[in-house]
Design a protein around this ligand. Structure first.
Ligand code: PMP
Length: 343
């Protein structure tokens, strides 16, 4: 058998849970509130013609919403594609990518794909992050890329914008990625900083607050000079026509997005109080999920047996879980089920 290249040979496949469920609180997807009507593609929709490779109309809408220029945006097949693209485009074999841990697990996988070295600085014991520790480490190892995820997946920690600026002022020799997959739910965006810092890349996605994960649409936002370089490595036709079409429509419903985000934050706070009352430790979250610690044995398995999926972690985060904020009814079912388990 011909072997994969060395850097990926020992990777553990990213397999998604395939357990039957009643409610799915494990992947931070939003609810479907934007696409409630039947989708009617335009009469002149041509499935035989490649999609608009530049996604012009969608980029125009994104630029308006994210308050930047059309020329600051590249659209991807989910922001995942773009995170991978940036790491691949900048990192030679052995070059370093620096981030906090725990954070989004895919960063390390994308590094392995191109033989870059993923280096992490631990969060504090309460899962807050000390930006000075990251800056110190960067001074020591000269990373090609630094990634900050805010609000952080899985901890929910929101990085203060002052810390982002401090980091950008100190890390002029690295590309700084600010992954804002969840920023609609809490925290201040760094998009405006692209005018001042030409090494900053902000990642956004429609998978969370817009509730459109199935479309696989995300974007990166950066200074025009950096964007012009990245066009060289963007895969042509990477976002299909149906996704572009629906995503454009979604941007005409921003009022609904704002309402959804507000209600999700309210439900998150209620769920947080209820879980606290059941003995869970809850970490402050600016996102559509809660990072929690529970003493209950086999919590994941017990909930899965009742049809409720939450996210568990590997051994070093044993008994920590990430729970997506559900609808009112889903959260109630979760709480009722937990009460039964505790009894
Ligand atoms: N960044 C973070 C922090 C995420 O949690 C996710 C999805 N889980 C992504 C990026 C990727 O999102 P997508 O590819 O759906 O745009």
């Amino acid at each position: 058998m011909i072997q994969l290249k060395e850097s990926v040979r020992n990777l553990i496949p990213y397999r998604v849970n395939d357990i039957p469920y009643r409610i799915k609180l494990d992947a931070n997807e939003g609810k479907n509130y934007l696409l409630t009507e039947q989708i009617n593609l335009e009469k002149d929709f041509q499935p035989n013609i490649y999609p608009d490779s530049d996604a012009k109309e969608l980029r125009r809408k994104m630029a308006e919403y994210y308050e930047c220029l059309l020329d600051n945006v590249i659209v991807g097949n989910g922001s995942s594609e773009l995170i991978n693209l940036v790491i691949n485009a900048y990192c030679e074999k052995g070059e370093k990518v620096l981030s906090f841990t725990p954070s989004f697990s895919m960063y390390e996988i994308y590094c392995n794909l191109c033989s870059a070295k993923y280096v992490t600085v631990p969060c504090n014991s309460d899962f807050t992050q000390n930006i000075d520790n990251l800056i110190l480490k960067a001074n020591e190892i000269n990373p090609k890329i630094v990634i900050i995820c805010t609000p952080n997946n899985p901890t929910g920690y929101v990085t203060d914008k002052k810390d982002i600026i401090k980091m950008l002022d100190k890390m002029t020799k690295s590309i700084v990625i600010v992954d804002e997959a969840y920023i609609d739910f809490g925290g201040e965006s760094s998009v405006d900083l692209i005018k001042k810092y030409d090494n900053l890349i902000v990642m956004r996605t429609l998978s969370k607050a817009f509730g459109l994960a199935a479309l696989r649409v995300g974007c990166l936002i950066a200074n025009e000079k950096l964007i012009n370089m990245l066009w060289k490595v963007k895969v042509p036709y990477n976002v299909n026509s149906v996704s572009q079409y629906i995503a454009v429509k979604a941007f005409s419903k921003i009022g609904l997005v704002k309402q959804y985000v507000k209600e999700t934050a309210e439900r998150r706070e209620k769920l947080s109080q209820e879980l606290k009352a059941l003995g869970f430790t809850i970490y402050p979250s600016g996102s559509n999920f809660l990072f929690v610690y529970s003493k209950i044995d086999n919590l994941f398995e017990n909930l899965a047996a009742k049809g409720i999926l939450i996210r568990k972690f590997s051994k070093n985060l044993n008994k920590y879980y990430r729970i997506t904020v559900g609808t009112k009814e889903e959260n109630q079912l979760l709480i009722n089920t937990l009460k039964e388990l505790i009894r």
